[in-house]
Write a protein that binds this ligand. Structure first.
Ligand code: SAM
Ligand code: SF4
Length: 474
């Protein structure tokens, strides 16, 4: 392949897909492709899909309908547009995608992205390609790293996949089938990638994985825990902040909880999905913990770091969920004092045990419960944001805001914070006096150094909550 061609990748779903899309972009850059923000002028369009809920897959098919018109238009102009479907819908549906949407030339699963240049070459010869095997080789060994320029363009906060797949088999979830068994990347590769990112100006790293706190990658001396990895990454010059997502309550090991006490760079915010507040439903879900186990983990984290705030995921209308079960879910929102959460209607996924159950809940009931749980979450989120007013927060400035002269950054709790400040401060960590709270974000002014409060003050957060839109969904 030679010459410059254009690549458009549209990502659906979680941050792991965003990360994968970036790595595909970097790999295709080596094959002469430049990224384009629109599908219209692309030579290769990749839809990087999500299969976690029904609607996500349907969105892909309706997008393919739109792209068909673009592909037809390109053909009329004498231009060939190759359409690829990647990600978890590709893994789950395979050839069915080409049957349902014949404009698709190439279907590739999440473990095969490194093969994209070769698969593209085959598709260009008119062969319909489906590659959803779980290969023996590690895709990360073959995916190209981002150039310095690409890293800088992506901003001061970056995601790094450290773990993929899941062995937990929650009865509602399709991930173990689409992403495969739990695999951790080796420590050395992660350090190398994070050092390269930090060297290009990245100040904040979020380690991501479907079950990130089950991390057990090979490092010097054997398998390293996530806590040990975080301790090592915290030593990398230039890095100001570390985060990780998404965690399973069962895997919150003692050393990881202690890392929240010992590592200043590790932010006091944790996305720890509980899914349901009812022990009966947790058992049906095969979550392998009870409500009280979960609350115990929260208490230990707060002991380790009193200013911790938590976000969560909830599923309402799971098979067999009674009004009492749902009341227990509403109650846990208040008990933990969540700062925000994602909440979903249960969506039966073909091939998962929960989808086979006869006691499915009516959609009308699911809709009503979703509204009630979201209202409860919103109430706590608003209280959390309001509790920040009058306090000083460290803000990592990320990009210009909507108003001239304004920047947007993130608080330690991932809240967007809008501040009048010069663009030269992008990438800086600054103390900001919070003056106002909106529904999903904060507003503030640069604080003089003397106004700055102690970073680990237990009183820094009175309501342990954080912001919905800023949570990382994995
Ligand atoms: N590994 C994470 C954990 O154990 O919490 C969750 C990963 S999953 C990709 C993200 C979220 O999607 C889950 O926490 C769950 O709330 C939601 N989810 C997964 N399967 C679902 C389903 N069948 N219906 C509705 N929501 C679902
Ligand atoms: Fe694994 Fe999370 Fe899905 Fe459970 S919900 S099977 S832990 S990815």
């Amino acid at each position: 392949m030679s010459g410059t061609r254009k690549l458009h990748i549209k990502s659906y779903g979680c941050q792991m897909n965003v990360y994968d899309s970036q790595r595909m972009t970097d790999t295709m850059a080596r094959a002469g492709f430049v990224a384009t923000p629109t599908a219209e002028d692309a030579d290769l369009v990749v839809l990087n899909t999500c299969h976690i809920r029904e609607k996500a897959a349907e969105k892909v098919y309706s997008e393919l309908g739109r792209i068909r018109k673009l592909k037809d238009g390109a053909a009329r102009d004498g231009r060939r547009m190759i359409i690829a479907v990647a990600g978890c819908v590709a893994q789950a549906e395979g050839e069915e995608i080409i049957r349902r949407a014949p404009i698709v030339d190439l279907v590739l699963g999440p473990q095969n992205y490194h093969r994209l240049p070769d698969l593209l070459a085959r598709a260009e010869h008119g062969i319909k390609v489906v590659d959803t095997e779980f290969p023996l080789e590690d895709k990360f060994d073959h995916l190209a790293p981002a150039s310095r320029a690409a890293t800088r363009a992506r901003g001061v906060s970056a995601f790094v996949t450290v773990q993929e797949g899941c062995d937990k088999f929650c009865t509602f979830c399709v991930v173990p089938y689409t992403r495969g068994a739990e695999v951790s990347r080796p420590v050395g590769k992660i350090i190398e990638e994070v050092e390269r990112l930090a060297d290009a100006g990245v100040r904040e790293i979020t380690l991501i994985g479907q079950n990130v706190n089950a991390y057990h990658g090979e490092g010097p001396g054997g398998a390293w825990s996530l806590a040990r990895l975080l301790h090592r990454l915290a030593q990398i010059p230039g890095l100001a902040r570390l985060r990780y997502a998404t965690s399973h309550p069962r895997d919150m090991a003692a050393d990881l909880i202690a890392a929240h006490r010992d590592l200043a760079a590790l932010m006091p915010q944790l996305h720890l999905p509980v899914q349901s507040g009812s022990d009966r439903i947790l058992a049906v879900m095969n979550r392998r913990h009870t409500r009280s186990d979960y609350l115990d983990v929260i208490a230990r984290l707060k002991d380790a770091r009193p200013d911790m705030a938590f976000t969560s995921d909830f599923i309402v209308g799971s098979p067999g969920e009674t009004e009492d079960d749902f009341a227990a879910t509403l109650a846990i929102v208040g008990e933990v004092g969540y700062a925000g959460a994602f909440s979903f209607k249960y969506s039966p996924r073909p091939g998962t045990p929960a989808a086979e159950r006869p006691d499915q809940i009516d959609d009308a009931v699911k809709i009503e419960r979703l509204a009630r749980v979201q209202a409860e979450i919103d109430r706590h989120q608003a209280a959390f944001n309001q509790a920040c007013v009058g306090r000083t927060r460290d803000v990592l400035f990320e990009k210009p805001g909507r108003l001239p002269g304004q920047l947007v950054g993130r608080s330690p709790y991932l809240q967007p914070v809008h501040v009048m400040a010069p663009t030269s401060m992008i990438g800086d960590l600054r103390a900001v006096a919070i003056t106002r709270a909106g529904a999903n974000s904060l507003f503030g002014e640069l604080a003089k150094p003397a106004e700055r409060g102690p970073a680990h003050s237990p009183s820094a957060v009175t309501v342990a909550e954080t912001v919905l839109e800023t949570s990382v969904e994995i």
